[in-house]
Each structure stands twice: as structure tokens, then as C-alpha cells.
Design a protein around this ligand. Structure first.
Ligand code: PMP
Length: 407
């Protein structure tokens, strides 16, 4: 890469020095979770060593320090997403938690029998099941945008589905199983034209694509920090203020209230209305270092380098006899999902692991998508900014070995 020093970046990630089954680790499971740079690990330890206290209600020094570090991450996310207001940033435990929050509050309050909710064939289970649950409760109907054989949404079919019955559209920005980048700006604009609200599941997008929620005009945007070089157990729900204000609260408890009596409770204002209980303070504080890390490298530089890896891997893997890549969208992030003739994906995963190569195998929490392709699962290699073409060469050698043993 012209703009990034990959060896220097690799040195920021201590885990990349691990030796697995006698071989240097090749970590190609980044769509499941990325590794964490020293900067994030230091922030996490630093918080516990120098700032740890419960937030918001304390008047002592540490409580104020912890609160201010916690709230600094909220403003950092506001900047990262280009949200209009910091109270539009709700801390959650991750994408799954964020989508459940919207389905259980917005969905239960505003969906009724006969209304339609649109998702797509390539959704992660976390953007299917919460909507099925709320549809079952309200009598709303779930509709699904189909895809073509390359793994791209059929936008004409989507347009035909939209009507005054459409109340909510919830689609993935980037498919975790295929790598497809969806035309979310167009999806949002068309949904708004019929008065529907839109949630974008950005779990796989935030590490690769520059984001501007005001330009996109999405109503909700969700992601998980652990896929963005940040800690586990922490995510974000962005929502437009007027919608968040109109939504009933989600979990009840401390912090989300204004005043409690046994007769009646009034609720706190945004964002605290949706943040009951002691949040994941340490991981929220450490997350700031992950945004700083990504922005210092520059997402356009990260995306350009990862695209080189994607092209290199796609070419090399396609040369392997009997290997077929699943998902060949024109717009893709650095994810390569594939099947091999006569060899089960689980066997591929086990044999690659013996060579120190970490990939993901199976349905990737997208069972309906696998059904669409008529397969039980794939082997998925997903690349991050610290991966190299030499590592892809090792994957290719590894797959040749798999073929020799099982093919
Ligand atoms: N959506 C997509 C597209 C994902 O890839 C994932 C994580 N695999 C999720 C949602 C769920 O994220 P989390 O497990 O962090 O809640």
C-alpha cells in the first residue's frame, strides 16, 4: 500500500504474534470480530487503573472523570457518523441489542396489523428474528427483498414491494456472508418516498466505509465496536432525535428515569432514556481509541488497501480447481466466501486451523441466504487492514493441501 505502513500497523496488534499449531497465526476471521490494537488495550487498562468509578451521579473526582471519558466517546461517535446531535447516539451492547431496541420500542408502538416491514434475503439473523417477533405480536407482515446469483439486491423488486403499507425497512449495509455493499442511499430515499422509516445494519460497514448518517438520511444506524478494532460488548444505535423522543423506553431501571414513585415514573431525556443500569463503561471509554485508530489510518486508505487484498484473493482462489466463490457483487468489501467441490466447509476450516489459518465456516448467521444459494454453508475469509498478500498465499497453499488430503 502507498499510504499505509502495513508492517507498522501489524506491530500495533500483539495477538498477530501468536503461534497456532506451530505456525504463525493468519487471522482471516475479521468479519466475526477484528483484533484490537495496543492503543485500545492501553485505553482499557488505563481506564481501570486511573478512572474507574460509576458514572453520572457521583460527585467525587473519579466519578466525574469516568463520566467525562464515557461522554467523550459519545461525542466521538457523533463525529464519526456525522450525526446532528450527541443525544442521537445511544450506547448498546452491540448491533443485535440495537436492532432489538428499535423493534421492541418503535415496532411495538407504531406497527399494526397489515403494516409491512421489509428486510432482505441477505440479512444476519439479528436483523430477521427481532422483526419476526414484533410482526407476530402486532400482525404486521414481513417481506423480503430477493437477490440475484451474484448476491446483489433486486432493486426493481424492492421498488415494487413499496407501498403505503410499508412502515419500516431494515437492511444490511454490507453483507457479512458475501461482502456485498448495498445501495443504502437509494434504499432509504425510496422508502422515505412512501413514508417508511429505515434502519441500516452497519455491523460490517463501519470498518470499511466512510459514513455520514445525515447525508444518508437513515432513521437508524447500528453497529458493534468489536468489528471496528474496538472492544466486545459495546455498540451503538444512532437514531433521529424526533423518532427516539417518540419511542417508548426499552429496559426499565436506574438512569433511564427522571422521577420514580410507586404511582408513576417519568422518564429521562435522550440519550439516557435508553441506557438503563450501569453501562459497559470501560469498553465505551476504550472504544474512543478504536475510532481514533481507524481515523488516523484513514478509512479511504484502509478501503483501498483492503480492496487490493480482495482482488488478490479473488484471483488466487478462483484459480483453484473446484472452488467456487459465493457472492460476486460488483460492490464488495474484503470478504471472500467459497465452497469446494466434494469437500465440507467444516473439514476445510479444521485443516486450515491445523496450518494456523483462522477462517469462519458454516451459515454465518444467514441461514435463509444459504438456502437461497442451495448450500449449507461456506468457508469465509475476511480481511482487515493488518492482513497481507503473503498471508493470502498461505491460504491458497493451505487449500491445495486440503484438496490433496480430501479432494
Ligand atoms: N449484522 C451483521 C451484518 C453482522 O455481521 C453481525 C455480526 N456477525 C451482526 C449483525 C450482529 O452483531 P453482534 O453480534 O455484534 O450483535
Amino acid at each position: 500500500s502507498e499510504n499505509l505502513n502495513i508492517q507498522q500497523i501489524r506491530a500495533d496488534f500483539p495477538i498477530l504474534n501468536e503461534v497456532i499449531n506451530g505456525k504463525p497465526l493468519v487471522y482471516f476471521d475479521n468479519a466475526a470480530t477484528t483484533q484490537k490494537p495496543r492503543q485500545v488495550l492501553d485505553a482499557l487498562l488505563g481506564y481501570y487503573e486511573h478512572s474507574n468509578a460509576n458514572i453520572h451521579r457521583g460527585i467525587h473526582h473519579l466519578a466525574e472523570k469516568a463520566t467525562s471519558e464515557f461522554e467523550a466517546t459519545r461525542r466521538r461517535i457523533q463525529e464519526f457518523l456525522n450525526a446532528r446531535l450527541s443525544e442521537e447516539i445511544i450506547f448498546t451492547y452491540g448491533t443485535t441489542d440495537s436492532i432489538n431496541l428499535v423493534a421492541q420500542t418503535y415496532g411495538r408502538a407504531f406497527l399494526k396489523a397489515g403494516d409491512e416491514v421489509i428486510i432482505s434475503t441477505m440479512e444476519h439473523h439479528s436483523n430477521i428474528v427481532p422483526w419476526q417477533m414484533v410482526c407476530e405480536e402486532t400482525g404486521a407482515v414481513l417481506r423480503v427483498i430477493p437477490i440475484n446469483d451474484e448476491g446483489e439486491l433486486l432493486m426493481d423488486e424492492y421498488e415494487n414491494m413499496l407501498s403505503e403499507r410499508t412502515k419500516f425497512v431494515s437492511v444490511v449495509h454490507v453483507s457479512n456472508a458475501l461482502g456485498t455493499i448495498n445501495p443504502v442511499a437509494e434504499i432509504i430515499q425510496k422508502a422515505h418516498a412512501v413514508g417508511a422509516k429505515v434502519l441500516i445494519d452497519g455491523a460490517q460497514a463501519t470498518a470499511h466505509i466512510d459514513l455520514d448518517v445525515q447525508a444518508l438520511d437513515c432513521d437508524f444506524y447500528t453497529f458493534s465496536l468489536h468489528k471496528l478494532y474496538g472492544p466486545t460488548g459495546m455498540g451503538t444505535l444512532y437514531g433521529k432525535k424526533e423518532l427516539l423522543d417518540a419511542m417508548p423506553p426499552y429496559r426499565g431501571g436506574g438512569e433511564m428515569i427522571k422521577e420514580v414513585t410507586f404511582e408513576k415514573t417519568t422518564y429521562n431525556e435522550l440519550p439516557y432514556k435508553f441506557e438503563a443500569g450501569t453501562p459497559n463503561i470501560a469498553d465505551v471509554v476504550a472504544a474512543k481509541a478504536a475510532f481514533d485508530y481507524v481515523d488516523t489510518l484513514g478509512k479511504p486508505h484502509i478501503a483501498a488497501y483492503e480492496h487490493e487484498l480482495l482482488t488478490y484473493a479473488t484471483d488466487a482462489l478462483q484459480d483453484i480447481d473446484g472452488l467456487r466463490i459465493v457472492g460476486q457483487a460488483k460492490q464488495k468489501v474484503s470478504v471472500v466466501s467459497f465452497v469446494m467441490e466434494g469437500i465440507h466447509h467444516q473439514d476445510i476450516g479444521v485443516l486450515l486451523d491445523q496450518q494456523g489459518i483462522a477462517v469462519r465456516t458454516g451459515h454465518h448467521c444467514t441461514q435463509p441466504l444459504m438456502q437461497r444459494f442451495g448450500i449449507a454453508g461456506t468457508t469465509r475469509a475476511s480481511f482487515a487492514v493488518y492482513n497481507t498478500t503473503e498471508e493470502i498465499d498461505r491460504l491458497v497453499q493451505g487449500l491445495h493441501k486440503v484438496k490433496k488430503m480430501l479432494g
